[in-house]
Design a protein around this ligand. Structure first.
Ligand code: ADP
Length: 306
């Protein structure tokens, strides 16, 4: 089995293609509004996010990109209700977000599965905590396993699953509770390139089939442009929205198509400019003069951290 590990022969047929954002009716749930959100950390009150003003339509796939430290994870954690804004408000479907809730589910880079439970029991865990009755739980877990193309892997223990399969189980665990909003923080960053590409395709199919609002954080411009209805580029220091780009192409996308490649080029150039701006500022704020010139020379090619 390859690392991606889907049970391809018995996979369900993919849902129909999803038109581009401008040709789609809105989904019934998952409208998110951030209104002038600010977040500070530490005793010196360092501003991690400044004046984030953002609306996401129900059913939209929004991807945040930007250099390390620009506040991407903080933004997701705020929406998840795991941290609170210092100023501003967050509303999901008109309800104020003031803590975690079942209307939001998160998938992280590490799948975080319980090793003493099998795949199905991991997916079932949230439903059990919510006192969903056993027959309904079994149906929902079976549907979630089918959705992530692992219909026959429910009895496997975590150590018997490949990295790609574990991440699929984490996605199934998040979706089985039927959240309005799926938050994904670099979910594929630890996977090999081939598995990542397969999961990009499958995530698009899942999204086409469920119509969830997805907020997805990544360092990878290619990943952002492949997946997003809208790419939001963030500035660093303090984190703020630099630019938004609508990707008005239908899903699932041809990742190697010329339109995707051209948009990747544009977004990458913008982020390289931002990385270089931050590098320049850092170099200037260090010892200055000859020392900063030396630092700059050591850092390698422009935008090499992307
Ligand atoms: P990104 O995900 O874009 O790499 P983060 O959201 O992780 O950025 O961090 C943004 C800024 O906020 C960074 O300067 C980081 O050090 C700071 N930060 C994030 N979380 C905390 C925390 N819990 N305590 C203190 N500082 C934090």
């Amino acid at each position: 089995m390859n690392d991606a590990g889907s049970e391809t022969p018995s996979s369900p047929s993919p849902p129909p293609a999803k038109p581009s954002a401008s040709h789609r009716p809105p989904a019934p749930r998952g409208r998110l509004v951030l209104d002038h959100v600010h977040k500070r950390f530490g005793i010196d009150g360092t501003l991690a996010l400044s004046d984030i003003d953002l609306s996401c339509e129900a059913g939209e796939f929004v991807v945040f990109v930007g250099p390390s430290g620009c506040g991407k994870s903080t933004l997701l954690n705020l929406v998840a209700g795991m941290v609170s804004p210092d100023q501003g408000t967050i509303h999901l479907d008109g309800q104020l977000v003031n803590g975690p809730g079942p209307d939001r589910a998160m998938v992280f880079q590490e799948p975080g599965l319980f090793p003493w439970l099998n795949a199905a029991q991991n997916i079932e865990f949230g439903l059990k905590m919510a006192n969903v009755d056993p027959a309904e739980r079994a149906d929902r877990v079976a549907a979630a396993l089918r959705m992530v193309r692992l219909p026959h892997s429910g009895k496997r223990l975590v150590h018997e699953l490949s990295g790609g399969m574990r991440q699929r189980i984490a996605i199934a665990r998040a979706l089985v509770v039927d959240p309005a909003l799926l938050l994904m923080d670099e979910p594929f960053a630890a996977l090999d390139a081939q598995t990542r590409t397969i999961l990009h395709q499958e995530l698009q199919e899942i999204w086409c089939g469920t119509n969830k609002t997805i907020l997805f954080v990544t360092h990878s411009v290619g990943e952002a442009v492949r997946l997003a209805d809208r790419v939001i580029m963030l500035h660093t220091n303090p984190g703020r929205i630099r630019r938004e780009l609508l990707i008005d192409l239908p899903h699932p996308r041809n990742f190697d198509g010329p339109e995707v490649s051209e948009i990747v080029r544009v977004v990458r150039a913008e982020i390289e400019e931002e990385v270089n701006r931050v590098d320049r500022e850092l170099a200037e704020s260090h010892a200055g003069g000859a020392a900063s010139g030396h630092l700059a020379a050591d850092r390698g090619p422009v935008g090499s951290r992307l």
